[in-house]
Design a protein around this ligand. Structure first.
Ligand SMILES: C[S@@+](CC[C@H](N)C(=O)[O-])C[C@H]1O[C@@H](n2cnc3c(N)ncnc32)[C@H](O)[C@@H]1O
Length: 215
């Protein structure tokens, strides 16, 4: 288990502080949001619908847009890791995740045991991790999942940094599917796709579902 606190970084400091609090204030867990996320997870889990994960960790959960949707379509025990304190509090206050399953930390420092969940995922989180921290973050996500890894992120053919709400150093796009499979070559691609904003209400997200290799 990685009990160490992550070192501070420009990105984590921003998400822990006012920038992260403002994000939380802007994004409301309303019916439209829940419907879009429920459709998203129904599609992403479709290939494994016969044997859904029983314990799911979202890394960078914020107030649980994904976890609220997952709670409507699976019976899984839900866990959340989130660096922003106010968002962690909302997860508990809104009964999205049991208090003992909400963790402070960062993708690079996840305070749970190896293989403790059968699916770990990110949604709009790898894009906010600086390239130098991305490898350690993916390795931690890989470590804590015994079976499935999923992500839904902004795609670019080649790694590129773009301004995020006028800020430098907070948004990095790339082909995260390539990144995952190059870094952990035992991963098997289960499925992938694209959620076009116009049709789904989601944010032009490219997604992948991987299964870890078995011995
Ligand atoms: C754009 S929001 C996405 C929230 C949620 N995953 C969703 O899809 O609605 C990014 C979230 O990731 C968190 N975050 C940022 N950097 C992180 C890191 N290195 N490890 C874990 N979470 C992080 C932020 O605090 C924020 O809650």
């Amino acid at each position: 288990m990685n009990q160490k606190q992550p070192p501070s970084s420009r990105q984590l400091d921003a998400w822990r502080g006012e920038f992260g609090d403002e994000y939380r204030g802007r994004n409301v867990a309303d019916e439209a949001m829940l419907a879009a996320r429920t459709a998203m997870w129904n599609r992403m889990l479709q290939p494994i619908a016969d044997d859904l994960p029983k314990k799911i960790l979202e890394v960078g959960a914020n107030i649980g847009f994904n976890l609220r949707a997952l709670a409507t379509i699976t019976d899984a025990t839900l866990l959340a890791l989130e660096p922003n304190a106010g968002a962690r509090q909302r997860l508990v206050d809104d009964n999205v995740v049991a208090a003992q399953n909400v963790f402070d930390g960062a993708a690079s420092h996840i305070p749970i045991d190896d293989g403790a969940v059968d699916m770990a995922f990110t949604s709009g989180v790898l894009i906010h991790i600086a390239p130098d921290d991305l490898g350690a973050s993916c390795d931690e996500i890989y470590r804590v999942s015994s079976r499935y890894i999923a992500c839904a992120e902004y795609f670019a053919d080649a790694p590129q940094e773009v301004k995020y709400r006028g800020h430098d150093g907070l948004l990095f796009k790339r082909d995260f599917g390539d990144y995952w499979m190059d870094r952990h070559p035992d991963l098997r691609l289960v499925d992938y796709g694209f959620f076009w904003r116009r049709a789904t209400g989601l944010d032009n997200l490219t997604w992948w579902l991987f299964e870890k290799g078995r011995e």
